[in-house]
Design a protein around this ligand. Sequence first.
Ligand code: UDP
Length: 238
Amino acid sequence: MTSTNYRRILLKVSGEMLAGEQGYGIQPSVLEGLASEIASVVALDIEVAVVIGGGNIFRGIAASASGMERASADYMGMLATVLNALALQNALERAGVMTRVQSAIEMRQLAEGYIRRRAIRHLEKKRVVIFAGGTGNPYFSTDTAAALRAMEIGAQVIMKGTKVDGIYDADPVKNPNAKKYQEISFLAILNQNLKVMDATAISLCMDNSLPLIVFSLKQQGNFKRVATGEPLGTLVTA
Ligand code: UDP
């Protein structure tokens, strides 16, 4: 991996991350840790946009498996991402960072609607833009939203902060012999069916040569380390 001077980063945070050890909802200490991580990167004059997931509250696919209509369940999942976005916005502002939430589903009283050029303007003014509501469409994921928004705003990279410190050839929790990749291609991820992001998100990154770094957000300071080019986690390229 080469050290890079990133100017604009899209950080993807899964809902699961926010739940911390409690496994559901938002753990205040995790939220505060995340806000201070983001603040430390913004302080370096790096522009940060965030796509936040909702799996800590509601997952459409899980609800549809128990009988709910998939589209309705997915809209509920998208609403869950708005809850997380507002929580992160509040934590960031308490940490002294200027923010805007833009939602793919219009909710004028609590967030701006998504407007690409306005999002870019906010970033130029050193505001952290939090994208809520995923893509605004059922049957998609917030990983796909991350790939889409990253390209729209001209981010140089997606950094996916997870509970695991990179991509392994098997589940490292279940298999102690699992091997971590320093680098891997999008095509290899698809061919090996590795659970990194869904295939739509991976294809979008691959087709548009948008690099992805998967790293652990569990250790404080990791986002800053990755954002400043330290070779943490796994780098995925086309
Ligand atoms: N979702 C959706 N369309 C999108 C993004 C998200 O329908 O563009 C729904 C989907 O039901 C998903 C839920 O929102 O299960 C939460 O998002 P996701 O599972 O991607 O969150 P994460 O796994 O990152 O916490």
